[in-house]
Design a protein around this ligand. Structure first.
Ligand SMILES: Nc1ncnc2c1ncn2[C@@H]1O[C@H](COP(=O)(O)OP(=O)(O)OP(=O)(O)O)[C@@H](O)[C@H]1O
Ligand SMILES: [Mg+2]
Length: 316
């Protein structure tokens, strides 16, 4: 009987779905009978939240309904207002009328009633659902506990283990590989993203996974922002995550550096300090005048520059 059940449970939506992690594309056909359980670990600012957003956006475009459990209140700006109550979450999940739903939960207390709704609806509606839990250490801990943190951790573990049967896929971030979220989440993970590790003490817990493919602590510690070692059914690959579309919209665009010509004596003085004497000596009056005209430097600034040039030459 168990074998029959095993054989019939599959996730047809996985068959043609793909995750695009920049340089690496992960076909989800490999996950058809298991579902996805992704754990993303790395220090503050390494790009964990963005990685989750990338997954949320890509799966929502391929038929999933995605949920973001947002403890920091940074998601509403990008994906619209959070649901106001567990009841509203139930409605959204039953209607599947919003591809990306934000749930605000600052900690385990607030999360538990939402988590219960997610499990309840997943039992009723077996349609692809991605649950992204950001800052997993707020909802799970290394030790089993009897309080709301323990209850939240049990729900997270349920997400991690139920994928195959309930069509829940799961993405969780953690600050560290040890002493952060429950170890059982790592045991269930079938897709891991490991970001820069700066603390060599974490290496001992990661070493078995990485040494076997020839990677050292140095390889992990030199990862840059948005870079991860990704362990999937394909093996271990280095990925550079693209920027999530919603983040790209709100991220301030880097301004191209504007070239400014020196204007005052001290600015000219600084500009010329590192120039070789030969070059400075070539700046005869007619050359300076010509360059000044081409660059459109006003006479007062030309005078400041000329004075600084004479001063510089005299001091060498
Ligand atoms: N692929 C990317 N391309 C460009 N910028 C990125 C990318 N991923 C992340 N960033 C930038 O890096 C910063 C940190 O990213 P993110 O918030 O995802 O990190 P985090 O690991 O979740 O950090 P924290 O632990 O503080 O929540 C963000 O401001 C984001 O704009
Ligand atoms: Mg984050």
């Amino acid at each position: 009987m168990g074998d029959v059940m095993h054989a019939v449970i599959s996730r047809p939506e996985m068959r043609d779905a793909v995750l695009n992690f920049g340089t690496v594309k992960i076909p989800l056909a490999d996950y058809e009978t298991t579902g996805l359980c992704c754990v993303c670990v790395g220090p503050r600012g390494c790009g964990k939240t963005n990685a989750g957003q990338v997954m949320v956006e890509q799966l929502s475009q391929q038929g999933w309904c995605s949920l973001i459990i947002d403890p920091e209140g940074e998601m509403e700006l990008m994906y619209g207002q959070a649901v106001q109550s567990p009841g509203e979450l139930r409605e959204r999940l039953l209607a599947r009328d919003k591809p990306i739903v934000v749930v605000r939960a600052a900690g385990a207390d607030e999360f538990v009633p939402y988590g219960e709704v997610i499990l309840e609806v997943a039992d009723l509606v077996r349609k692809p659902l991605l649950v992204m839990v950001d800052e997993g250490q707020l909802f799970s801990g290394p030790q089993l506990r009897a309080d709301s943190l323990g209850e939240a951790a049990r729900i997270l573990q349920d997400f991690a283990e139920r994928g195959r049967k309930r069509a829940i896929d799961f993405f969780v971030t953690a600050l560290r590989h040890t002493g952060s979220v429950s170890r059982s989440l790592f045991d269930s993970a079938n897709l891991t993203l490991i970001g820069a590790q700066r603390d060599s003490r974490t290496w001992s817990s990661l070493a078995p996974q990485f040494k076997s493919v020839g990677l050292s602590f140095g390889d992990l510690s030199s990862l840059g922002a948005a870079e991860f070692f990704c362990t999937s059914t394909r093996g271990v690959e280095k990925v550079r995550m693209p920027m999530a579309a919603a983040l790209a919209k709100v991220a301030p665009k880097a301004k191209p550096a504007k070239r400014v010509l020196p204007a005052t004596f001290s600015q000219w003085d600084r500009a010329m300090r590192d120039m070789p004497r030969q070059r400075l000596a070539a700046l005869t009056d007619p050359v300076v005048d010509l360059l000044g005209q081409i660059a459109g430097v006003p006479p007062a600034k030309m005078d400041a520059g000329r004075a600084a040039l004479l001063d510089e030459l005299a001091s060498r």
